[in-house]
Structures are given as structure tokens and as C-alpha cells.
Design a protein around this ligand. Structure first.
Ligand SMILES: *Cc1c(COP(=O)(O)O)cnc(C)c1O
Length: 390
């Protein structure tokens, strides 16, 4: 234990120790932390669906009918009616032939990349892709070429350079919305490149699904290229308020994953309440209520980001509900998190290895269910804390 204890002490000295904070009650605009009411500004529950009555009811009804546990992995006895129904719903939602559920976004990205790619293949991966994509690239054993963040010209040059010796399949993989800075991937340009080089394009739309696009289909809908994406990965745990993830794609791709994807094959399937609730979430996304929630989210995001920008803060180019504020070093970042908590505002500080050294940030996430006035107060508090340190 001694070596590990020293390691933890070193992390603490450097302002890098991570620890858990327990939230009491259901997820909403406010939660209770250690008995204190705080404004929740770090949740991915963007549309406020995590405790929505329709989802709670769907989960309870499915639990009453199907029980709690699924009892097995999908290929054994764990494929139940709610799993199948949600997969059909997700395929229709994204306009693909089929879809496949995974137990989390992490399991999806590792399982998709491992299941589809092998030693002869080449993966082109954005430098700021989510950790689960990075791990998926490693698990696949495919050679991975990391291209500079959102740099289409650099990617094009790398693809041209690799073309002469080409052997296997090529796959470009990118976040739709980059999770630590809230900027969008250049999807239309990536679609053009993948067509030119006969590659597949996979988009991880964890933060875009349900939120972006006129009907909430995500980043590709927002950028007008939904049909150009081959592999639509998304999660159920963010705007859709549940947990789990999916890939929507051609039937052949899904069948390959059912046969080869280890995170899919060797894991007990989601509790039936989860896909039942996720179907209810998709119903809301597709309804007038969903459109209204998306409008509130976008309005709240504008109000909050504009106030922070007026205070002279660097939001790192954020264009979405993920609003980072650059703070650079770990110690002042975590001091600001503490000072804001004392004022009843719960934001997270993000440090390496999640982001590069010197680019620590406060990462705020806005929700549709936030009150505009409270967001303005929170922005004022963030500006003041970063100016004065208290
Ligand atoms: C959150 C996230 C994941 C992981 O999804 P989980 O369901 O939380 O495991 C994957 N990719 C991106 C871009 C994410 O933001």
C-alpha cells in the first residue's frame, strides 16, 4: 500500500487528487450536496429528462412487467422486448437499417472499434477524441493515426500520405461535440474526405444526441449531413436521461458487432427499465415538448455564455451547452471550484490527463431546466471568483 499512498499524496500536493461528491435526491437544476442546496452546473442531463415523470413511469412499468435484472448477456437470455423495441426506435431515429445497444458509451466505443477494426486496418482519430475512443483504438490493434484537432487539411494530407501503401479498411472517428470544450466537429468536410478516400466515418454524438439539430438527431443533423455518417454512436445517459449507449448503422455492421464486439458479447445487458425509459425519452425528443426544451437549452446557453464573455473570460470557442472557462493550472482551478461551491454553485474543474497541461478549466454545462436569472447570477459569481480568488 505504501507506494500507492505516496502516489495519492503526490497527486494531492499537485492539486490533482480526484475524489467523489455524493448528490442527494433526483437530478434537477438544483441538487443537495453535503446537505446544502446547490445550483447544478455540471450535469449532462441537458433536457432535464433524468427525473422526468414520463421516464420514471416507463421505467417503473417495465420493472413491474419484466423485473429488474435482464439475467444474462444479449446473446444468452438478456435480449428482452424493451431492448429490441429501443434498437428499432434508434435505427428509425437516425435513419439507419439497424442499431445495437451497449451498456455505456465507454463500452460502445471500445466494443465498436475493437469489433470492426483489426491489424490490417487504419483508424484516423481526432487528437481530442473522448478517452473511450482512444481506448477502443488501442483494443482494436489497428494502426491509429491521430490527426490535429478538427484540422481537415492536416487529415487530408495524412490520408494522402497513407494511401499508396493501403491494405485494410479505413475509419475516421470523431466526437460530434467535443466533450471538454463544447465545439463541433467539421462533419461535412469529414464526409467529403471519407468519400474521396473510401473510408468509413464514425461520429460519437454523446453530447449532440437529443440536443442539436432541428429534431434533436444530433450534430450531423445540425450540420446538414446526417445521411453521410456511416456509424452513428450516441449515448443514452446524457440528454436522454438514462444510461447506456448505441450504434446505429447498416445491418451488416451491426451483425459483425453482434459476433465480434467483446463489450457487447461478454456483459449482462441493460436492465429492461433502461431501454423502456429511453424509448420514453425519444418520444419526448420527437414531441413539441422536446422542441421547447431544446429552445430553452439554447437560450440558456446563450445567456450564460454571453455573460461570461462580457466578463472577459476565455470560453475556448464553445458553441454548445458545454461551456468551459479557461483557468490554466490545477491549483487555481480547484480553488475556484471550492469557492463557487461555498456560494452554492456546483461546477467541475477539469485537469490533466482529461485535458492537456496548462489548459485546466472550469467546465459548466447548461440545462434546459435552468432559470435564466440563476444562470446570470452564476456567471457573475464565476467572473468574481476568478478575478478575486474568493
Ligand atoms: C460521456 C461520453 C462517453 C461515455 O459515455 P458513457 O455512457 O458515460 O460511458 C463517450 N464519448 C463521449 C464523447 C462522451 O462525452
Amino acid at each position: 500500500m505504501k507506494g500507492w499512498q505516496d502516489d495519492l499524496a503526490r497527486l494531492e500536493t499537485r492539486g490533482m487528487l480526484r475524489s467523489l461528491r455524493s448528490v442527494a435526491g433526483a437530478q434537477g437544476a438544483h441538487v443537495s450536496l453535503a446537505g446544502e442546496d446547490v445550483l447544478l452546473l455540471c450535469s449532462n442531463n441537458y433536457l432535464g429528462l433524468a427525473a422526468h415523470p414520463a421516464l420514471v413511469e416507463a421505467a417503473c412499468a417495465a420493472t413491474a412487467r419484466f423485473g429488474v435484472g435482464s439475467g444474462g448477456s444479449r446473446l444468452i437470455s438478456g435480449t428482452m422486448e424493451p431492448h429490441v423495441r429501443l434498437e428499432e426506435r434508434l435505427a428509425a431515429f437516425k435513419g439507419t437499417e439497424a442499431a445495437l445497444l451497449f451498456n455505456s458509451g465507454y463500452a460502445a466505443n471500445t466494443g465498436i472499434l475493437q469489433g470492426l477494426c483489426g491489424e490490417d486496418d487504419l483508424i484516423f482519430s481526432d487528437a481530442l477524441n473522448h478517452a473511450s475512443i482512444i481506448d477502443g483504438c488501442r483494443l482494436s490493434r489497428a494502426r491509429t493515426v491521430v490527426y490535429p484537432h478538427r484540422d481537415v487539411a492536416a487529415l487530408e494530407a495524412l490520408m494522402a500520405q497513407e494511401a499508396p501503401g493501403r491494405r485494410g479498411r479505413w475509419l475516421i472517428v470523431t466526437d460530434g461535440v467535443f466533450s471538454m470544450d463544447g465545439v463541433l466537429a467539421p462533419l461535412p468536410e469529414l464526409v467529403a474526405l471519407k468519400e474521396r478516400f473510401d473510408a468509413l466515418l464514425m461520429v460519437d454524438d454523446a453530447h449532440g444526441t437529443g440536443v442539436l439539430g432541428a429534431t434533436g438527431r444530433g450534430t450531423a443533423e445540425h450540420l446538414g449531413c446526417l445521411a453521410g455518417i456511416d456509424l452513428h454512436m450516441g449515448t443514452l445517459g446524457k440528454a436522454l436521461g438514462c444510461c447506456g449507449a448505441y450504434l446505429a448503422a447498416d445491418r451488416t455492421v451491426i451483425d459483425i458487432l453482434i459476433n465480434y464486439s467483446r463489450s457487447f458479447i461478454f456483459s449482462t445487458s441493460l436492465a429492461p427499465a433502461v431501454p423502456a425509459a429511453a424509448c420514453a425519452a425519444l418520444d419526448i425528443v420527437d414531441s413539441a415538448e422536446g422542441a421547447r426544451l431544446r429552445r430553452s437549452l439554447h437560450r440558456n446557453r446563450e445567456v450564460f455564455a454571453k455573460a461570461l464573455q462580457k466578463g472577459g473570460l476565455d470560453l475556448l470557442g464553445s458553441a454548445t451547452q458545454i461551456v468551459p472557462v479557461l483557468t490554466r493550472d490545477p491549483a487555481p482551478t480547484m480553488a475556484a471550484v471550492g469557492a463557487l461551491l461555498k456560494r452554492g454553485i456546483f461546477v467541475q474543474g477539469i485537469r490533466p490527463p482529461t485535458v492537456a497541461a496548462g489548459s485546466c478549466r472550469l467546465r459548466a454545462t447548461v440545462m434546459a431546466v435552468h432559470d435564466e436569472g440563476e444562470l446570470l447570477e452564476a456567471a457573475a459569481a464565476i467572473i468574481q471568483v476568478l478575478e478575486t480568488g474568493a
